[in-house]
Design a protein around this ligand. Structure first.
Ligand SMILES: Cc1cc2nc3c(=O)[nH]c(=O)nc-3n(C[C@H](O)[C@H](O)[C@H](O)COP(=O)(O)OP(=O)(O)OC[C@H]3O[C@@H](n4cnc5c(N)ncnc54)[C@H](O)[C@@H]3O)c2cc1C
Length: 464
């Protein structure tokens, strides 16, 4: 995507332009409005949805008011250490400091000033977070979150133009963005000028060519992502001389109901469920790495696995949005015995019985798990059983534009581009270079935390 020289004139000029109306773009708009700037968000789709709408609406943050209200003691330093442990130290600590410090003020501000009712999701624990710090609105799903954000954006007086595909960026020789071209579904276009641009167009999970280039091991695998994640921000950034990092990183997930292609809840596994192949055997420590488990599942015969749990765990989590969806299409199977469940799911019955017997021994403490999972405190599975056939997929990419403490895009020479900001999937995440570094709910943490910094930074710069 080449950067174009500016046209003779722009149809309009706004102080802060934001490309993309997902969690990042919307949060950036709220922050820019709070800082007193006029804002225009440009969204390719006819409705703001994005990857955000596919998510569970959950963001991690440490030291929030919601945590204090729930009696949870946490601090950005603990969050920082958890992230650095998850990535084996292979990321930029200064950047992680910024995100882990700014996440809680972001949640508190969205809640108090913009009416987004965040509470701590106490049904999740572990998987890299040493403290319960996942925050979400009550229904815990992305469509609810995007709904709250859309209402807040309207209340704040930020303008949103939908069916507005940003197809080109105009800049001068110093890399100062002067405006963008917006192309409409009917092919017509207009050129809009700006003082600062926030790139919030997410990553490149839906661009097969970029996946082939940056994550060759994942070329051709199933992706479960928003189709507009075509890497536009990275392409423009590279053309402007921006630095990119961790381009091989992504979040995988191994619990997508198959063949329904519905995200299914991992709570059943966290609370003591297991995952087996069609041959009835476990193949991984299911809680060692929830993102890497996506790849583990993809590697099983046919790319298929089965999540096995029981009626008690079903009752505990059946209220969850994703579970309700799966139940509505009969994706979850129930049986009084392991034989019955094996028949319902198409698993080798003798092997499943043997796996469940071994699990009983492991949970009773009479043998160690050969796969290294610590089942302490988890529920002992007992009949009647429940299970679901699942597959793995690549959800979203974690590499992207390198940004500073204001979410301003850095150049390869270490300086910053004069008026370009980025956040969410457009920016490099805090997962390091692999899929295993992804810590749960980091995607929306990056979107909203960097969105707030980018919006504030862009507004400050636009006023100068
Ligand atoms: C199934 C699934 C579940 C997930 N669950 C979670 C979770 O619970 N917690 C978590 O933290 N993360 C989760 N993630 C990741 C999280 O959803 C993303 O990291 C986050 O939504 C990214 O936000 P964003 O604003 O950067 O991108 P998006 O929400 O994708 O927004 C980008 C917007 O830009 C628009 N756009 C793209 N190109 C252009 C263009 N050229 N011109 C104009 N508009 C454009 C798109 O249409 C889109 O609306 C999940 C991801 C998936 C796929």
């Amino acid at each position: 995507m080449p950067i174009l020289k500016p046209p003779a004139s722009f149809s309009a000029t706004v102080p802060v332009l934001i490309a993309g109306a997902g969690a990042c773009g919307m949060t950036a708009a709220l922050a820019a409005r709070d800082a007193g700037a006029d804002v225009l968000i440009l969204e390719k789709d006819s409705l703001p949805q994005g990857t955000t709408s596919m998510s569970q609406g959950t963001m991690c943050a440490a030291g929030t008011r919601a945590q204090k209200a729930a009696g949870i003691d946490d601090h950005p330093d603990i969050f920082f250490n958890d992230v650095m442990t998850k990535v084996n130290g292979k990321t930029d600590p200064e950047f992680v400091r910024t995100v882990t410090r700014e996440a809680a003020p972001t949640v508190d501000w969205l809640d108090a000033d913009h009416g987004i009712p965040f509470a701590v999701d106490t049904s999740w624990r572990g998987l890299g977070h040493s403290v319960q710090r996942l925050h979400a609105p009550p229904e815990k799903n992305g469509q609810e979150l995007i709904g709250y954000l859309s209402q807040a954006v309207e209340r704040a007086g930020a303008d949103l133009l939908t069916n507005a595909h940003v197809t080109d960026v105009y800049a001068d020789d110093d890399g100062r963005v002067l405006g963008v071209r917006v192309t409409r579904p009917d092919g017509s276009f207009e050129d809009i000028g700006c003082n600062a641009l926030v790139l919030a167009t997410c990553g490149y999970a839906a661009d097969p060519e970029m996946i082939r280039t940056y994550i060759p091991d994942m070329a051709g695998v199933r992706t479960f992502t928003w189709e507009n994640s075509r890497g536009d921000a990275v392409k423009w950034g590279l053309a402007l001389g921006a630095a990119v990092a961790d381009m091989s990183a992504f979040q995988g997930y191994g619990a997508l109901a198959d063949p329904q292609m519905l995200l299914f809840n991992y709570n059943y596994v966290i609370d003591g469920g297991i995952m087996v192949t069609s041959e009835g055997r476990r193949f991984s420590n299911e809680v060692a790495d929830v993102s890497g488990q996506g790849v583990n599942v993809m590697r099983q015969p046919g790319g298929i696995a089965f999540m096995i749990y029981d009626q008690t765990l079903h009752e505990r989590h059946k209220h969850l949005y994703e579970t309700r969806q799966a139940l509505a299409v009969n994706a979850v199977k129930f049986a009084d015995t392991a034989d019955g469940l094996a028949r319902a799911l198409g698993i080798d019955a003798a092997a499943l019985n043997a796996t469940l017997k071994q699990l009983e021994d492991i949970k009773a403490g009479t043998q160690r798990d050969p796969l290294g999972r610590d089942f302490t405190g988890t529920h002992p599975l007992a009949p009647p059983y429940a299970g679901i056939r699942v597959t793995g997929a690549l959800y979203h990419t974690q590499g992207g534009l390198v940004v500073d403490h204001n979410a301003q895009v850095k150049r390869t020479d270490g300086g910053v581009l004069p008026n370009l900001f980025a956040g969410g999937g457009a920016a490099r995440g805090m997962s390091g270079p692999t899929c295993s570094g992804y810590i749960p709910a980091a995607g929306l943490c990056m979107a909203m935390t960097l969105g707030r910094l980018a919006g504030r930074g862009a507004a400050t710069l636009a006023r100068k």
